[in-house]
Design a protein around this ligand. Sequence first.
Ligand code: BT5
Length: 280
Amino acid sequence: MHHLHQHIIDLVYNKSMNQSILEENLSSLPLGEIKYFDTIGSTNEFALNWAKSGAVDNCLVVANTQTAGRGRLGRKWITEPDSSLAFSLIFQPQPAENRLLPLFSPLGSLAVAETLSGHYAIEHVKVKWPNDVLIDQQKVSGILVESSWLGSKAQVVVVGIGVNVGKGSVPPPEQVLFPATCIETHSVGPVDRVELIGKILKSLLEWRKKITTNEFLSAWDNYLAFRGELVHIQQTDNWSVTGELLGIDKYGNLRIRTGQGGILAVAFGDVHLRPIKKPQ
Ligand code: BT5
């Protein structure tokens, strides 16, 4: 019953998203073509295929709900209808960007973090390296960057962003590995998804121009969660490390001070980062 009630609230406030509303509201941004779907498997999957059949730089795929939304490593991303934002932006990387592919996920998380704190006055917005945006240590957004390659060059980079907007978007605790939240739990009033995507995209496209600069890195570094804290990083296989989280370097690697006092750079890849609670 509670869920139904919430669904109706989400419908009333957030439903107004469709092809023409998006085109109209995003017309001031330097985007390519926009494709909106009420239901889709995964916007990232669609974007990768679309790129193969001619989508140009900055084309955008948006969906109201995804039936096979994906996270990293075959994990799932849950996109509830009418209350979530799910979209993918297609980039054809410039040569300079091709050397900095690991920074595209930070590009997405910076845009989301900056939008939430700058435009929606939400406090305690942080980025959990490498790709989650947190509010009060709970996940509000996830970013999945996928690319298709020609030889050693990425031909296409797809930046996929999922954001929990209304309360109906938050998956039940048993379906998530890390606590989840949504924007409207923390914002003053209801949040319009079309307005939100416009603000995120504006920030993202602006920061893309600066992806090679220190300004970009320090803006991103400012949002880094767990700095100075003890964290545990686990890679898929047998490798893991525990140490103090120091920050990121110019390639987007995470810097960790290990127990032995050495400093380690952990590459963005398939990693899990967890804070370690200090004894009281
Ligand atoms: C991510 O992966 O966080 C990347 C999510 C990217 C989603 C976007 S939506 C548009 C585009 N199209 C796609 O198909 N994907 C992208 P990862 O770090 O692997 O986290 C996945 C984990 O987050 C899951 O295993 C769950 O534990 C949790 N999770 C799933 N849905 C969630 C949600 N709505 N809110 C919070 N946590 C969620």
